[in-house]
Design a protein around this ligand. Structure first.
Ligand code: SF4
Length: 331
């Protein structure tokens, strides 16, 4: 199914860069930067879930933070409903924060331990001024209902809940301001598998109910397979492949994606899967390899791969890949 057909673009990321300066150990050395996100572009369609996957350090969380301006991006554009949010002043950015919410991996760290759930939800609504003061209690109870928590939860503190329940509070807080786009940054990674499934199903239900768009950042491909409409793979600050979920899992084109997917456990022990083990470590993002960034670990690397950076190009319908040799590689 082509999920991109006739859909509105809600977010367009254009040539985004996020470099972090590295402390110099000598005044004679040139200034160095960690190129955490290096010139990436992609679109997010209204109502979809686009997942960003890749090994730790690939730039997926940095991308989410840069979009929300939690870290100020180095360069590029982030167009939200056509408006470049990187050019907004503080006041306009604050207004927009209601539309763009985030759910973090560790709800315990992102919830104020000194506030009750009531105070947490009230604060979110007060900052964005979304509900009249007199109607907030009613709205809070409604929010708890949406995320499957009892009314008594309002008077309790975050430490009185389990990890899964705390994540439900985090989701209620995000919903409190009527968001349109939620960035879920490893939102279920800290939870037990059974609880993960409950939270993923809750997110899917709420997405349908409130027509939400999700940018879902995860290192866990089983989770990504469950929740995504499309998948974007990152390696060393670059986008290497984007496709519809089924297309990506059935017919990956980039050697890095193939290696990642080959590591997913198969539930049936009688089925054999050829696991691709990548040699070497991910190179340093301070001094990434020239040409194709993956060439130092790619079993198919040719001379051209060391010299020229492969562009992200559409090889089949809505399936984009950044590899010079994608057409000729073994499936
Ligand atoms: Fe491998 Fe070359 Fe393709 Fe990069 S461009 S993934 S090095 S074959």
């Amino acid at each position: 199914m082509d999920t991109t057909a006739e859909k509105n673009i809600i977010l367009q990321v254009d040539r985004l860069k996020q470099y972090f300066p590295v402390k110099k150990d000598s005044i004679f050395k040139p200034k160095a930067y960690v190129k955490a996100v290096d010139d990436i572009s992609f679109e997010l369609f209204e109502g979809e879930t686009l997942s960003i996957v890749g090994e730790s350090g690939c730039g997926k969380s940095t991308t989410g933070r840069a979009i929300l301006r939690l870290d100020e991006p180095t360069d590029g554009k982030v167009l939200y409903m056509g408006k470049d949010i990187l050019t907004l002043n503080k006041k306009d950015m604050r207004k927009l924060r209601g539309d763009l919410q985030v759910i973090f991996q560790d709800p315990f760290a992102s919830l104020n331990p000194r506030q009750t759930v009531k105070q947490i939800l009230n604060e979110a609504m007060a900052i964005q001024n979304v509900v009249e003061k007199s109607k907030r209690k009613e709205r809070m109870l409604e929010l708890l209902g949406y995320v499957g928590l009892p009314p008594e939860a309002l008077e309790r503190y975050p430490h009185e809940f389990s990890g899964g329940q705390r994540q439900r509070i985090g989701i209620a807080r995000a919903l409190a301001v009527n968001p349109k786009l939620i960035i879920c940054d490893e939102a279920v990674s800290a939870l037990d598998v059974s609880i993960q499934a409950q939270i993923l199903n809750l997110l899917k239900k709420l997405q349908k109910q409130f027509k939400l768009t999700f940018l879902f950042i995860s290192h866990d491909l089983s989770v990504v397979r469950h929740i995504s409409d499309r998948v974007m793979v990152m390696y060393l600050g670059k986008v290497v492949e984007i496709a519809e979920k089924k297309e990506m899992f059935d017919s990956p084109l980039h050697p890095y994606t193939k290696a990642l997917l080959s590591s997913i456990p198969v539930p049936d022990p009688t089925l054999k899967r050829d696991r691709v083990i990548l040699k070497g470590d991910v190179p340093s993002p301070i001094d990434p390899p020239g040409g194709c960034r993956f060439h130092t670990r790619c079993p198919f690397a040719a001379e051209k791969c060391k010299q020229e950076e492969p562009p992200l190009r559409e090889l089949v319908n809505n399936h984009f890949v950044s590899c010079h040799l994608a057409e000729t590689l073994p499936v």
